[in-house]
Design a protein around this ligand. Sequence first.
Ligand code: ZN
Length: 340
Amino acid sequence: MRGAVMHAPGDVRVEKREDPKILAPSDAIIRLSATCICGSDLWPWRGIDKVHGPSPMGHEYVGVVEQIGSEVKTIKVGDFVVGSFFASDNTCEICQAGYQSRCVHAQLMGSEGAQAELLHVPMADGTLVATPGMPDADLVPSLLAASDVLGTGWFGAVAAEAGPGKTVAVVGDGAVGLLAILAAKQLGAERIIAMSRHESRQKLALEFGATDIIDERGDAGVAKIKELTGGLGAHSVVEAVGTQESMMQAIRSTRPGGHVGYVGVSHGVELPGEELFFSGVHLHGGPAPVRRFLPELIDLIWNRKINPGKVFDLELPLDQAAEGYKAMDERRAIKVLLHL
Ligand SMILES: [Zn+2]
């Protein structure tokens, strides 16, 4: 099969990889219908995360089940399935509590390399959710978004306790931030403040349900949020970047007693203890337990209540993955879908 492999920062090649095989009786192999490039794939592309030799890339996937192991019970060959970037058993105490991304048997799907024609999925019964049937082609991008960015934005909004009567601010205008806006809207937030300085992203933020746009960032962004909230700060703030600046912007934009949902993968973030102590905010986040939300998200997409696939503003064939990485790195594209 063909798949994307990163050899070094800025060097992604689509090349021949070995076809994945069933290794354990709980595994499945799926044939991908579409895959995509994640903001987090840009960390190694930019050389911020180390690349240790040729690495298969990609952890977002939808597709049709091609093979199953002998113990797989709920997933059948021919099912169209969505899974998250962590495989999980969905049965342990941590999974049952809704934290499948920290399952005691969690396996990161990134090492499987989902930017490829075929994908090996461990713990298929726990990891995969089948759609009610074969989706119409126009639903595929939205179902693919559910695999990571929608589920992650959704968790950010849930962790920030977005809901009726709440003012929600979102730090970060990548796909996750934009979909946290969509999630906050679905969860009934009264006012949703997007922080973005890019016109095309602002437009999508408004389409997804933002009521206000702030183009200031850092301290100026915090001051603007305070100004919009009677000096108090937002009830709920989603942090969807993962840098020191964005995390502090989120904490400082939150009112005492409010909630920060942080879902940007942390890179070098250090929290000042004394400021945190006096902020009086709740902090909750981490790798999103996307699997918890998949049945609900698939249902909303299937019934055309939400259209998160709009975050894909560039589609390329898998063979042009490198161009997709470049387009996202240079912020020419919000998110790139790779078709097969
Ligand atoms: Zn588990």
